[in-house]
Design a protein around this ligand. Structure first.
Ligand code: ADP
Length: 160
């Protein structure tokens, strides 16, 4: 049976920390679907289409990874993709409380789905999309934080 995992998030923009979790997921699962959430209540720098394009560019070197966008419940999206697992990266302790709550609520919504937590790699433990946007917005160096293709898109976005 093909084991499918979902890596969900806003990916505004996708960082090397996200890519690390996605790549490590491909070593465990046959297929990894990156689910980019269309959440109108969360103000994003990049449009949904831009986030999808950026993610596609960034995962170009990885096999068995597809990029999809979704709106509504993650559990419904996961089931529609035939996934048994939702993989989430866990950074410093601050991620825990929110992720713990989400995992329990998602389990309540769909008992067949498991949330699997993967420890962030030490080099990406303090990396977040919001930090990347802040640094890029002030013209700082974002190499080593996001893929080169994403760096270019951030530069273009803030050059306007
Ligand atoms: P959200 O909008 O749900 O916070 P993000 O796009 O910021 O989504 O993150 C999606 C997932 O990636 C979350 O599980 C988050 O914990 C994880 N993640 C974000 N940054 C990192 C990182 N630097 N290392 C590992 N996991 C990360």
């Amino acid at each position: 049976m093909t084991q499918i995992a979902i890596c969900p998030g806003s990916f505004d923009p996708i960082t090397l920390g996200h890519l690390d979790i996605i790549e490590r997921s491909t070593y465990i699962y046959d297929k990894v679907v990156v689910g980019i959430a269309d959440n109108p209540s969360k103000a994003a720098l990049f449009s949904l289409d831009e986030r999808v394009e950026m993610a596609k560019e960034a995962v170009a070197g990885l096999g068995n990874v597809t990029i999809e966008s979704f709106e509504g419940l993650l559990t419904v999206f996961a089931r529609a993709n035939g996934a048994r697992a939702i993989v989430k990266g866990l950074r410093a302790i601050s991620d825990f409380e929110h992720e713990f709550q989400m995992a329990h609520l998602n389990k309540k919504l769909d008992n067949t789905l498991e949330t699997v937590f993967m420890m962030a790699s030490p080099e990406y433990m303090f990396l977040s999309s919001s930090a990347v946007k802040e640094i890029a917005g002030f013209g700082g160096d974002i190499s080593g934080l996001v893929a080169e293709t994403t760096q270019a898109r951030l530069r273009r976005k803030f050059a306007r």
